[in-house]
Write a protein that binds this ligand. Structure first.
Ligand code: C2E
Ligand code: CA
Ligand code: CA
Length: 358
């Protein structure tokens, strides 16, 4: 009975609220954009008291934000389970640092021309209670939401700097920096301290950030870019092409590198795919702006050959190595002096036309 007319009306209201709030404002000549997400709970179905209703609307709001923001969600009973799972992860994550359950793995980034490793991307792993390894795609958003990303991020930066000190002057390590970390005014000091404590050159540390950090183009945000740049670290734009891709920020933010997202790389050698054309224009853009390019997620020889032909400067992907721990990294560098050999299938599997099931 709750569907039908009632929901239809609420749906229209929710859509309207989002679209009206999302209209850009003009403030002293600059464009300001405010986003909105909406969670809806309806009395008496979703709660009889105001407390219940507000709590359930809040759960629906969480679901809306999870779905990528700028959308609405109606409350559903299943959201309670998701919320308690989220809370359990958050509580366990709070202790993970102290219990030394977090570790960094390092994936080689390879110079396309020389096939030598130029550096590594640090990728976090969380092994809960000696048990399952939780994927960062699952716990990083929760760490973001709860601000736990700030202490965890500091630990990541310090550990990466220590790793750089071990590897020596010829290599760089990149760390992922999330929007909350970027918004934290202590970030430059954290970086300077970590670099000094490890005794490394600042340009051996690279910060990877996604287009998400540009959602807020405030003066404070642009100032942070300048401050980071002044610390001497390198900046890389991660997952390029997947976000909202307004190119204007490329000229405001002093990036040293663009990382081309795996979605453009996978199957790029397929003749029916537009990906090669897209990669080629990204490389052209990066070259013109004096930036390096890394193609992410390269798995097959065909894709590697294509990427090489299109002029990407660096490659990262299973074809040259999966994320590994620091001991394996040191062994790899000691063995062949950083020269790596591409290993993988020739091409991606043909798409299946039909699946038969018994
Ligand atoms: P990302 O920054 O785009 O990292 C690249 C992801 O692609 C990694 O997944 C890596 O293992 C995977 N990958 C690399 N080469 C290949 C390949 O050839 N094929 C395939 N299929 N995958 C490949 P991972 O480690 O699961 O990390 C997922 C995401 O979690 C990262 O995406 C990043 O957004 C986030 N993340 C990981 N570590 C950290 C961290 O220390 N801090 C923050 N803030 N986020 C992190
Ligand atoms: Ca990354
Ligand atoms: Ca990426």
């Amino acid at each position: 009975a709750r569907t039908g007319l009632l929901l239809c009306g609420d749906l229209e209201i929710a859509k309207k609220i989002i679209s009206i709030l999302s209209q850009p404002y003009s403030v002293e000549g600059s464009r300001c954009i405010i986003g909105a997400s909406v969670g809806v709970a309806i009395a008496p179905f979703d709660g009889q008291t105001s407390d219940d209703l507000v709590r359930n609307a809040d759960l629906a709001l969480y679901a809306a934000k999870d779905a990528g923001r700028g959308v609405y969600r109606f409350y559903a009973d299943a959201m309670h389970n998701q919320a308690s799972e989220r809370k359990a992860i958050e509580d366990a994550l709070r202790d993970a640092l102290a219990k030394e359950e977090l570790k960094l793995l390092y994936q080689p980034i390879v110079d396309v021309g020389s096939e030598h490793v130029s550096g590594f991307e640090a990728l976090i792993r969380w092994q809960r209670d000696e048990g399952d390894v939780v994927s960062p795609s699952k716990f990083i958003p929760i760490a973001e939401e709860s601000n736990l990303i700030v202490p965890i991020g500091e630990w990541i930066i310090r550990s990466a700097c220590d790793a750089i000190a071990k590897l020596g002057a010829g290599y760089r390590v990149a760390v992922n920096v999330s929007p909350r970390q970027f918004a934290n005014e202590k970030l430059p000091v954290t970086i300077l301290n970590a670099v000094a404590a490890a005794g490394i050159r600042p340009d051996q540390l690279e910060l990877e950030m996604t287009e998400g950090v540009f959602l807020d183009e405030s003066p404070a945000n642009l100032e942070m870019f300048q401050k980071l740049k002044r610390t001497g670290v390198r900046l890389a734009l991660d997952d390029f092409g997947t976000g909202y891709s307004a190119l204007g920020y490329l000229k405001k933010a002093p990036f040293d590198k663009i990382k081309i997202d795996q979605s453009f790389v996978l199957g790029a050698a397929d003749r029916n795919s537009m990906n090669a054309a897209i990669i080629s224009s990204i490389v052209g853009l990066a070259d013109a702006l004096g930036m390096e390019t890394t193609a992410e997620g390269v798995e097959t020889h065909d894709d590697l050959a294509l990427i090489r032909g299109l002029g990407c400067s660096h490659v990262q992907g299973y074809i040259y190595g999966k994320p590994m721990d620091l001991d394996e990294v040191e062994a790899l560098l000691a063995e062949q002096g950083g020269l790596v050999i591409a290993r993988g299938f020739k091409s991606a599997r043909e798409p299946r036309v039909r699946t038969f099931r018994t």
